[in-house]
Write a protein of this length. Structure first.
Ligand SMILES: NC(=O)C1=CN([C@@H]2O[C@H](COP(=O)(O)OP(=O)(O)OC[C@H]3O[C@@H](n4cnc5c(N)ncnc54)[C@H](OP(=O)(O)O)[C@@H]3O)[C@@H](O)[C@H]2O)C=CC1
Ligand SMILES: CC(=O)N[C@@H](CCC(=O)OP(=O)(O)O)C(=O)O
Length: 350
């Protein structure tokens, strides 16, 4: 076994940071050297997250108090904007540190697109060009040498896993993609927001950011690349009263005489050797219950009643493959560790 990799988790008192701690704590090559928080600084993780109380962990600190020279890699679970401010200062002082970022701050290659999607100018445009988009199954080689990995958003991970291979194969029309997406409430983070209160999110199902969600440009960036032409997607997310999980239903127009079975076969071929992407056989229905707590993505393909169309459905856990799990997968890749290390746990069901 090689030497330990010392990691620091920025934003460990948040949902993605805490799930990174949960996964990294049982990783044989990782040592958790530092954990940061903002309002929770000074507390023990066990006070914030009792389920992690069985672990011996560093105290939560403000990020300025940490000696970043002593860590090999940082996993960042900070809000967008804050990520740019903090990571650029750490990289300036410690240029050899690797950053695996779970926030949205370095995903969009074009900083003007970032500014319009996020309503603020990019505050570290000088670093942006070196960021590698961390969709592990599609950017493996680039991630391996990267200093800065921008892990995809949770919705884009599900959508792009389902659609990139079939767009690239030219068997669906990239200019006619309709994506109906649903997420559990942890997708919104732990900070208090009115619409995530139990009595406002429970017993209901509501769409949000209709036609304006900031994940649409991220999805378009990658679909455009695969299609070789500029595309605009229809993307509508919904908030579902469950803690974790995400399901995306993608309505696609078939091209070049392809059938739904051809779409399934193309996906099966593309992901045949992938440990975390499972293309279900005919009739297999992806569901969040089947991936909860795991790094697995399930994809199913169905004929549409409208001739010439198909329905491609993806399901994942937003806090695992949708953030912390994929971040750990990328950290493994970045350090030349077996990609599945620390990630082979099965879904928690029921
Ligand atoms: N939740 C999800 O499913 C996914 C989230 N993401 C992205 O990952 C990032 C983290 O998300 P999530 O864990 O849900 O968010 P949370 O709101 O749960 O956690 C945010 C973390 O950042 C810390 N923080 C907030 N403001 C500051 C600041 N000004 N300075 C330093 N630290 C600060 C918080 O500290 P404290 O609590 O102590 O105040 C907390 O540790 C976000 O960018 C999010 O968009 C990406 C994919 C999926
Ligand atoms: C339910 C819910 O609110 N989900 C979040 C998506 C979480 C995510 O991936 O956010 P980033 O792209 O900012 O990292 C949202 O729609 O904003």
């Amino acid at each position: 076994m090689g030497e330990s990799i010392r990691i620091g988790v920025l934003g460990a008192s948040g949902y993605t940071g805490a799930d990174m701690v949960r996964l990294a704590a049982r990783h044989p090559r990782i040592e958790i050297a530092a954990l940061t928080a903002n309002t929770h600084a000074g507390k023990q993780m066990a006070e914030v997250f009792p389920h992690l109380g069985v672990l011996d962990l560093p105290t939560l600190q403000n990020w300025e108090e940490v000696d970043w020279g002593t860590v090999d890699a940082i996993v960042c679970g900070l809000p967008h904007g804050t990520t740019q401010d903090i990571t650029k200062q750490i990289l300036a002082a410690h240029p050899r540190t690797r950053i695996i970022d779970m926030s949205a701050d370095f995903r969009l290659r074009n900083t003007s697109v970032y500014a319009s999607a996020y309503g603020q100018d990019h505050r570290a445009p000088e670093i942006q060009p070196e960021a590698v988009y961390g969709l592990s199954e599609h950017y493996r080689a680039e991630i391996a040498g990267a200093r800065l990995v921008a892990c995809p958003g949770c919705y884009p991970t599900a959508v792009l896993t389902a659609l990139l291979p079939i767009v690239a194969a030219g068997i669906v029309d990239a200019t006619d993609l309709i994506i109906d997406a649903k997420s559990g409430v942890s997708g919104a983070g732990r900070g208090l927001k009115q619409n995530t209160l139990f009595c406002e999110a429970g017993e209901g199902l509501s769409p949000y950011s209709i036609g304006t969600h900031r994940h649409a440009p991220e999805i378009e960036q990658e679909i455009t690349r695969a299609a070789g032409e500029a595309v605009t997607v229809n993307f509508t997310p919904h908030l579902v009263p469950m803690s974790r999980g995400e399901l995306v239903t993608c309505y696609v127009k078939l091209t070049n005489g392809a059938s739904p079975a051809d779409v399934r076969e193309a996906l099966r071929r593309r992901y045949a050797e992938e440990p975390f992407v499972h293309v279900l056989p005919e009739g297999g229905v992806p569901a969040t219950q089947a991936v909860r707590g795991s790094n697995h993505v399930m994809v199913g393909v169905f004929p549409d009643r409208i001739p010439g169309r198909a329905i491609v459905i993806g399901a994942l856990d937003n806090l695992v493959k949708g953030s912390a799990g994929q971040a750990l997968q990328n950290l493994n890749l970045a350090f030349g560790i077996e990609e599945t290390e620390g990630l082979m746990q099965l879904a928690l069901f029921p």
